[in-house]
Design a protein around this ligand. Structure first.
Ligand SMILES: [Zn+2]
Length: 81
């Protein structure tokens, strides 16, 4: 959907792209307990059936966070650093 702009559910070509902004709290997911670090989401929305897809913007801070999580050996796995 992100690349094709064709809905995966109904094959509609009426797919809207909503690029996330750091200024909009509804377009972010927290990467730590105090929401100091956030990942910003881009959304793709089908205008015919309402299906949505979300992609995290692959920023440098997101990659650092992901590397920390992926390097962790077991233990606390709540997604927070
Ligand atoms: Zn659709």
């Amino acid at each position: 959907m992100k690349n094709s702009f064709i809905c995966l559910k109904c094959n509609s070509e009426r797919v809207l792209e909503v690029i996330g902004s750091n200024m909009n709290q509804y377009q972010k997911i927290p990467l730590n307990k105090w929401s100091i670090k956030n990942a910003v989401l881009d959304r793709y929305i089908c205008a015919d059936c309402g299906y949505t897809e979300e992609f995290v913007q692959l920023s440098e801070s997101f990659q650092k966070w992901a590397d920390k999580i992926l390097d962790r050996d077991g233990g606390n796995n709540d997604g927070f650093v």
